[in-house]
Every structure is written in C-alpha cells, then in structure tokens.
Design a protein around this ligand. Structure first.
Ligand SMILES: NC(=O)c1ccc[n+]([C@@H]2O[C@H](COP(=O)([O-])OP(=O)(O)OC[C@H]3O[C@@H](n4cnc5c(N)ncnc54)[C@H](O)[C@@H]3O)[C@@H](O)[C@H]2O)c1
Length: 416
C-alpha cells in the first residue's frame, strides 16, 4: 500500500525570539533616547538599563517606558530555576533586589558599571546578546575640575564590562553566536582640527581634555579586547548630539533655559568654535545599524555634515525663541527686563575654557558606504523640534535644574 505523507499544516507564525541588550547609562541624554528608539523599532528586544544615576541620570526620561509591555515572560530570557539563584545573589550583592524594576521588556538596575559583581549578576540573570556602553562621565568642564571619576567610570568601568562580557560570551575558545559589545565614543578623541580637513576613522587619537583622554583610553582597551581575544566589538565615534532630554549644562539646553529665565547666555571666548551637530535620533539609528551589521572590530564615525560655530547656534536658538515664545509673552520679561526686545540681547561672551578645541569635523563616509546610514533630520528642522520640546517640557527642565528630579528614583522605587 502506498504510504501517504502526513500533510504539513501551515506553521503557526512564531514571534521572533527575544534579544536582550544591556544598555549602560540609559538614564542619560543619548542612552534614554536610544532606549525609546529601540523599544519602538524592535518589538522583540528586551532592554536592561544599568545606570548609576549620577547627577546626569534621570529616570523621568524613561517614565513612559516603564509601562510598556510586549508580552515576553521572564522565563523566556533566563530559563528555569532562576528565582532560587536570585535569592542567593540577593545576599551577595550590596544592591537590594528591590532596586531592580521589572517590566517584561524593560528592566532598570541602579548601579555602577565598575562593579564587577553586579555586572556579572546582570549577565547571569538577563544573558544579554549585546552591550551598548553609553555610561560615562561626559562633561568636559567637570573633567577639568575632577579628572579621577572620569578614569574610574570611563576607563575602569568599560574594562569591567568588557571582562564580564568576555567571561560570559567566550567558552572553550569560541565566542557565542550573535553577541557584540558596542562602545559609544566621541569625535573628541581625535583632538582639534584646523579650518580644513575631517576626522576619519584612521585619524590618530590626540585627546586634549581629561574627558576625551578617558574616552580615548576606553576605545583603546575595547580595541585591545578585539586584537587580543577576538572579541566581537565595534566602536562608534559621534559628533555633538542635540535633542530632547539633554542635561542643561550642555550648550543647547543651557542656552534655551537661560534665555527663558532671562539669565545671561554665556558664550565661551569668541564663540567661533566649530562643532558638527547631529540630531540624537539619527545617532540612535546609526548605533542600531552598527550593532546589527557593523563589521566586527571596526570603528565607525557618525556625523551630521553640519558644522556650525557656537555663536551661530546661539543666534539660531534666540531667533526661534523670539518667534515661538516672544519676550512680550514671557511673563518673566516684563518684571525683570522691561527694555528687552529679543533674547539675543542676553548673549554675553565669557573667558574661554582651557584647552578648548577649535574645530571638530567628522567624515562619516564609511558608515554611509558600508551600512547605508545618513542623517535624516536637517539642522533647521532638528533645532526647531528641540526648542519646541524644551518649551513644552519646562517642568522637566525646572525639575532638573532644581535637583528635584533626583527624588524621582526614591518615589518610584524605594517602596518596592
Ligand atoms: N552628548 C554628546 O554630544 C555625545 C557625543 C558623542 C559621544 N557621546 C558619548 O555618548 C555617551 C552618552 O553621552 P550623554 O551625553 O548621553 O551623557 P550623559 O552625561 O547625559 O549620561 C551619562 C549617563 O551615564 C550614567 N553613569 C555615569 N557614570 C556611571 C557609572 N559609573 N555606572 C553606570 N552609569 C553611569 C549617568 O547616570 C548618566 O545617566 C557618553 O559615553 C559620551 O561620551 C556623547
């Protein structure tokens, strides 16, 4: 008798397997934008955000994400029997388990990237496929005041992450499939340019501030893990970012905030320092591409093709504010400065920062040619969106500048 083949039923389409990413420094400016971007762009991704919540880390940047849910269960990620392990680890690490906020797609862990035991615990528990390391002390002026913490976080912290990732991803001389460490660096590691030329990935590193020196050191240790151990890594070096959720000690939010409160708008030196500005969401898209498709061991420059003098940026911000929120409508004005007609009248030139680099310019040809990336938001559109965001989120700005935002963590997590 002829054997009849069993009819194959249409396979029920399965959701793609979850992929987990350890994002460090995810409560900061770019990290929080990256988490927003990735949660929207990849429904099968699970994000673990490890952040120490320094003055620059603000969980309010992510408060809408705490409520998101894509239906993955804890056991999808960690396998059986894990709860027992958590109970054991609970006594071994100095972070109470209540510090770990749960949702199915987004987990927050408060802690230091330089804490080997904690990072090891996160690897045990969440088995990340990727590490994207944003965590850093990032403000040049602060690095001139106190360089030590820059070395502790930016250099030692990166080395700890690399080492723990290696421990979990390398077995019997073979790296696990589908894992990668992405180090988020900066164009500042290249030093300063004259009026001509651009930084390419081959430009020698020549950092000038303790901040950029610590970032260059982190790049080199990351590269060393590739050269020595074949670790799957990429390094991205991006130009200046702007957009929502930036801490108002950096140029653009500082200028907006001072203007709105009719404080002096301080411009360093002659204001003719040139930076290449990129809208933060374009940066996030570039990191996503590098993470998925970047050639192992490679460095990718990311830039906006948008060089501008600081003073041009400040003038643009003032013009947008004059249009969107004219002095006549700002209640502070009439009381404090009855003669003020334009925010530009608040601009004030102050002594330059020591060692201030004159010009940065990024050649982003490699990421364009290899990965097809280019910026999508042009500067005029991006800066208008950014000023609008800060105008619409003045409460966020007030809470950050008053330090009130630091109590958010206490309110959100202390009772858990
Ligand atoms: N902002 C830019 O224009 C720019 C441009 C290029 C590259 N970068 C790089 O991108 C990364 C993010 O920059 P940003 O502007 O978002 O910085 P940020 O200062 O806004 O955020 C840094 C985050 O890291 C956290 N953090 C600091 N020390 C930590 C530690 N020891 N352990 C865990 N978390 C810690 C902070 O709490 C904060 O949430 C940095 O590595 C920076 O060098 C920034």
């Amino acid at each position: 008798m002829k054997e009849t083949k069993p009819q194959l039923q249409n396979p029920i389409s399965q959701p793609p397997a979850p992929i987990s990413i350890l994002v460090t420094g995810g409560a900061g400016f770019i990290g929080s934008n990256f988490i927003h971007y990735m949660i929207k762009a990849h429904p099968n991704y699970i994000i673990i955000n490890l952040d120490k919540l320094t003055y620059a880390g603000n969980l309010e940047n992510l408060k809408d994400i705490n409520r998101m849910d894509a239906g993955f269960k804890e056991q999808d990620l960690v396998g059986g029997g894990f709860e027992n392990k958590i109970q054991n680890l609970k006594h071994q690490i100095q972070y109470p388990i209540s510090d770990i906020q749960q949702s199915t797609r987004y987990h927050f862990v408060k802690g230091d990237i330089a804490n080997t035991e904690l990072v090891d615990y996160i690897f045990e528990r969440f088995k990340p496929n990727y590490v994207v390391n944003f965590a850093a002390e990032s403000h040049v002026d602060r690095s001139i005041e106190n360089p030590k913490i820059f070395l502790e976080t930016n250099v030692i912290g990166t080395q700890v992450l690399l080492d723990v990732a290696k421990k979990h991803w390398l077995a019997s001389g073979k790296w696990k499939e589908g894992v990668k460490f992405v180090q988020i660096s900066t164009d500042e590691v290249y030093g300063s340019l004259g009026p001509q030329g651009y930084f390419t990935e081959k430009t020698p590193l020549d950092p000038h501030s303790p901040y950029s020196a610590s970032k260059a050191a982190a790049d080199l240790i990351t590269k060393a893990y590739f050269d020595t151990f074949d670790m799957p890594i990429n390094i991205t070096r991006c130009s200046n970012n702007y957009g929502p959720y930036q801490f108002p000690e950096k140029l653009i939010p500082l200028m907006i905030n001072n203007a709105l409160h009719h404080k002096k708008i301080p411009v360093y030196g002659d204001g003719k320092q040139i930076r290449d500005w990129l809208y933060v969401e374009d940066h996030c898209r570039a990191i996503d591409l590098v993470m998925q498709k970047g050639r192992i061991g490679e460095v990718y420059n990311i830039g906006g093709h948008n060089e501008m003098e600081n003073i041009q940026i400040v003038n643009k911000i003032c013009s947008i504010l004059d249009e969107l929120y004219p002095i006549s409508k700002n209640p502070t004005s009439n009381m404090q400065h009855p003669t003020l007609k334009s925010y530009k009248q608040l601009i004030s030139f102050v002594a330059d920062r020591p060692g201030h680099d004159r010009r940065y310019g990024i050649d982003a040809t490699k990421i364009h040619e290899e990965l097809g990336w280019q910026p999508l938001v042009d500067f005029d559109e991006g800066i208008k969106k950014t000023v609008e965001w800060y105008l619409n989120n003045q409460e966020w700005m007030d809470r950050v500048t008053s330090g009130e935002y630091m109590k958010y963590y206490e309110r959100m997590y202390s009772w858990r």
